[in-house]
Structure formats: structure tokens, C-alpha cells
Ligand binder design. Structure first.
Ligand SMILES: [Zn+2]
Length: 117
């Protein structure tokens, strides 16, 4: 299935192919708990992900051991996805940014990042 997504101001537009999304991931590490984002359970691979618009408006935040690229829109501050420095073109997507998905109706898998990072 093809999904479309955006940041809040729609400067960042993207689409990706995925199985129908029925479950999601939420992490309690120090950054995820602040974002409170509900994320795709899997990373979307490069062949299935297409950034349509706004690459030049994406900023990246690094913290701790610097192995995650936390992208956010420079205009509205929304966090649409992140990747890792070792697989920078594989994105885990913030499902709150995806049209036609209601993240609060998904089965949530909780990842205890607080005690594993
Ligand atoms: Zn934006």
C-alpha cells in the first residue's frame, strides 16, 4: 500500500510503500518520550521511500552516541522520520505525519529504549 506523509506546514512531503499498517512502535528513551511519537514498526527501505519535497528544509539533530539522524522541519519543527548513520536512507516514519493512518488506533509495541540506550 502507498502512504503519503508530511510535516505540519507541508514543506516536507514524502510517500512510502508498506504492508497495511496495523501496528506501531513507541519508545521511552529520553528523546522519544519528549516527542511522544508513534513510529512505523520497521524502517522503510530506500526503494520504498520517496522524499517528494523539502529536503533542503530538513534539519538533523544528533545527541548521545550520534548514531540516529533525527530529522525535523526547519519551518514547523515537526519530526517526520529518522534514520541511522549506518543505514541513512532507511527511514522509520512518524505515523502522526502520515495521511490515512490514525496512530492511536494501532497496536502499539513498546520499546524500552530508556534502559537499552
Ligand atoms: Zn514543516
Amino acid at each position: 500500500m502507498k502512504y503519503q506523509g508530511s510535516c505540519h506546514c507541508k514543506t516536507i512531503l514524502f510517500e512510502f510503500e508498506s504492508e497495511i499498517i496495523t501496528d506501531a512502535l513507541q519508545c521511552n528513551c529520553s528523546i522519544c518520550i519528549r516527542k511522544n511519537a508513534i513510529m512505523t514498526k520497521h524502517y522503510i527501505e530506500p526503494y520504498a521511500f520517496n522524499l517528494l519535497k523539502g529536503e533542503e528544509h530538513l534539519a538533523v539533530y544528533h545527541w548521545g552516541d550520534h548514531d540516529v539522524n533525527h530529522y525535523f522541519c526547519k519551518n514547523c519543527g515537526i519530526y517526520p522520520f529518522h534514520s541511522t548513520t549506518y543505514e541513512p536512507k532507511n527511514y522509520r516514519v512518524n505515523l502522526g505525519c502520515v495521511d490515512s493512518v490514525d496512530p492511536r488506533n494501532l497496536t502499539i509495541l513498546y520499546f524500552d529504549g530508556k534502559n537499552q540506550l
